[in-house]
Ligand binder design. Structure first.
Ligand code: SAM
Length: 205
């Protein structure tokens, strides 16, 4: 692992923050959480999460600020400027751009009653996120027991490595009241199941 990959990249270098989610992280979520049929991925990138959700039989509405060739991407949309969810969608699953993680989480819980976001575990600390973390609608946090495979920046062709950062799925549910349940999740059980990208049941616009 190079020094550069080992460190956080300065914001100016990070562009739109395209780091693709390892499929195993999504498969582990699918094995743990119930997800509705129709799901919105509002920062879809090339489609790492979309692929897994479709392979599990979900219909996905993929959008992103940029077009990276995700099959079925509905449009180039700035999620942070939207005022409503796509028709018939009440659940978001995404791995947001890290530099806008808080803004994405705030917008997502405003637009959808159920939100699942892959975030750094450190998102759970800090007093300024009180409105997101302390209102009682953060139902569950699933922490990966073992560090995920590294999410490399777009274009990275160096060696694959394990992430230096702890990640977790944060699950907000508007109908939840009370304390957040903290659980542990394994991704290692899901390494061998690669979905077929060509047979994706995409959601209609
Ligand atoms: C960490 S990557 C994750 C990509 C994909 N969700 C995945 O899990 O593989 C963040 C994505 O957020 C997108 N993005 C950045 N700012 C955005 C915005 N304001 N609205 C929508 N998408 C945005 C980037 O283009 C990039 O595709």
């Amino acid at each position: 692992m190079s020094y550069r990959e080992n460190k956080a990249h300065p914001h100016a270098e990070r562009g739109n923050d395209l780091y693709e989610t390892p499929g195993v992280a999504v498969r582990a979520l699918l094995a743990t959480e119930w997800l509705p049929q129709r799901i919105w991925e509002p920062a879809c990138g090339p489609g790492a999460i979309v692929r897994e959700l479709c392979a599990a039989g979900h219909e996905v509405v993929p959008t992103d600020l940029v077009s990276y060739g995700c099959p079925g991407q509905v449009a180039e949309m700035d999620f942070l400027k939207l005022h409503g969810a796509p028709f018939g969608v009440d659940c978001i699953v995404t791995n947001p751009p890290y530099k806008h993680a808080r803004a994405f989480a705030e917008k997502a819980v405003e637009l959808c009653p159920r939100v699942m976001m892959l975030l750094r575990l450190a998102f759970y600390e800090g007093i300024t996120r009180g409105s997101l973390l302390d209102t009682g609608t953060l139902a569950r946090v699933h922490v990966f027991r073992k560090r995920l495979p590294m999410m490399h920046r777009d274009g990275w062709e160096g060696p694959k490595a394990t992430s230096m950062t702890a990640f977790a799925w944060f699950v907000w549910d508007r109908s939840h009241r009370g304390p957040t349940t903290l659980g542990r999740l394994s991704w290692e059980d899901f390494v061998d199941v690669e979905p077929e990208p060509q047979s994706l049941p995409m959601a209609a616009e």
